[in-house]
Design a protein around this ligand. Structure first.
Ligand code: G3P
Length: 218
C-alpha cells in the first residue's frame, strides 16, 4: 500500500475560486508513482475539480445525513456522486461530537467513501479507533499551520499513535499532519510508522506547487 499524501486546500485565499482548479491541475500533473497523492479542495469546487483531475479527491467535510430536508448539509451520497473517493471527518477546524463521528463514518462506509478521521490527541484516537475508519489522522492543533513539523516536535507521540491504532484497529492506517512541508518531514513520518501525511498550508500556498511536490516526495 503506497503512502497517502493528502493535500488539504482548506479555504485559503490562495485557492479561492478558480485558483483551486489551477492548483489541482498542477498537482495532478506531477507523477510520483511511489505515493498516492490526493487532494481535498474547497467544497464548492469539488465537482468541477473531481471531473477534471485523475488523482483522488477528498471532501474536507461531510455530514451523516441522507437525502431529505437537511438544509446546508453535505451528503455522503452527493459527495460520492460528484466523484470523490473519500472524506475528511472531524478536522481540527471542523470538529464533531464523537457520536456524530461514528454516524458519519458509518454513512460514508455505506457509500464506499474512504474515511479519514482526524484526532487531536491519543485520547481521541482511542475513542475514534472503534469506528474502524480507513485512516486516522493525528494532528496536534497547536502545530497546524506552523513552522515546526509534527515529526520534529512529537516523534514519540507519533510512535505511540502508530502502536495504539495497530492495537485497536489493525486495518486503520495512521496519518500525521501539522507543519509538514519538506521531504525530511515525510521521510520521518513514514520512518516512525505513519502511512502518510496531511498537508495544508505548504501545499495551498506554494508559489510553485509542482516544484513543491517534486521536492517533497523523493
Ligand atoms: O489538514 C491538514 C492540516 O490541518 C495541516 O495543516 O498547514 O499545518 O500543513 P498545515
Amino acid at each position: 500500500m503506497k503512502p497517502l499524501i493528502l493535500l488539504n486546500f482548506k479555504t485559503y485565499k490562495e485557492v479561492s475560486g478558480d485558483k483551486a482548479l489551477v492548483l489541482a491541475k498542477k498537482i495532478s500533473q506531477v507523477s510520483k508513482p511511489d505515493y498516492t497523492v490526493a487532494i481535498a479542495p474547497p467544497l464548492l469546487l469539488l465537482k468541477q475539480i473531481a471531473q477534471k483531475v485523475k488523482i483522488p479527491v477528498y471532501s474536507q467535510h461531510v455530514d451523516y445525513k441522507d437525502y431529505g430536508a437537511n438544509t446546508g448539509r453535505i451528503l455522503p451520497a452527493e459527495v460520492k456522486a460528484l466523484g470523490c473517493m473519500g472524506v475528511i471527518i472531524n478536522h481540527s477546524e471542523h470538529r464533531l461530537p464523537i457520536a456524530v463521528i461514528e454516524k458519519t463514518v458509518i454513512a460514508c462506509k455505506k457509500k464506499k467513501l474512504k474515511t479519514v478521521v482526524c484526532a487531536q490527541s491519543l485520547g481521541v484516537i482511542k475513542k475514534v479507533a472503534q469506528f474502524k475508519s480507513d485512516y486516522i489522522a493525528y494532528e496536534p492543533p497547536a502545530l497546524i499551520g506552523g513552522a515546526i513539523s509534527i515529526t520534529e516536535a512529537q516523534p514519540g507521540i507519533i510512535v505511540k499513535a502508530v502502536d495504539l491504532v495497530k492495537k485497536l484497529s489493525p486495518r486503520t492506517k495512521l496519518l500525521v499532519g501539522a507543519g509538514v512541508k519538506k521531504a525530511e518531514d515525510v521521510g520521518q513520518a513514514l520512518a516512525l510508522g505513519a502511512k502518510g501525511v496531511l498537508i495544508g498550508s505548504a501545499a495551498a500556498k506554494a508559489k510553485d506547487p509542482k516544484k513543491f511536490l517534486k521536492e517533497l516526495l523523493i
